[in-house]
Design a protein around this ligand. Sequence first.
Ligand code: E4P
Length: 220
Amino acid sequence: MKIFLDTADIEEIRVAARWGVLDGVTTNPTLYAKVGGSYDDILKEICGITPGPVSAEVVAADVDGMLAEGRHFAKLAPNIVVKVPMSEEGLEAISRFAEEGIKTNCTLIFSAAQGLLAAKAGASLLSPFVGRLDDINQDGMEVIRELAAIIEIHGYEAEVLVASVRSPRHVIDGALAGAGVATLPFKVFGQMVHHPLTDKGIAQFKSDWQKAQAELAGKV
Ligand code: E4P
């Protein structure tokens, strides 16, 4: 399974890239607003850190506006993927981008039906928001399960991307359900690395080693 970072924070991306497990990055207007500055410059910098897909989201609500923004993003770097919200206009823009060879990530998907349409329109990434569905007491992972099965059965080229991830559990359940990608806030990335018993074990091994070395030094 591919793991993306869901952030526009350059430092977070640099750290995860150093771990050697970063396959790409997703951004959105909210994540961008947290860091501010020029969105173009941020995107170019991210694309220089990871060779994987970097999602840049359009904010226009009309097709022509989406196309203009997306074509602009696509020129910034070869690994840009244009993120387009699920809507009638979004589907039209996704189909047009597909004809032009521009890759898209269909965002704000909340049902398998929406995901199926996005796959048919030619999106390469389908992003159901599991956390936001869980927040309203619906089973977000069910959308991942259904969509992953549909993609597999019908041989669509799109990949299911687990978005709006709140915990490592979402990543593991998404992987088992057949999603190809999960995009994680940096905090969840860290939670995947650590376990209290691992940290305790490392400290124990170190102290036992030092004790043995001290005893050895006392004998010579
Ligand atoms: C996906 O690409 C989105 O940027 C993201 O996962 C949204 O998650 P949120 O519900 O934490 O805002």
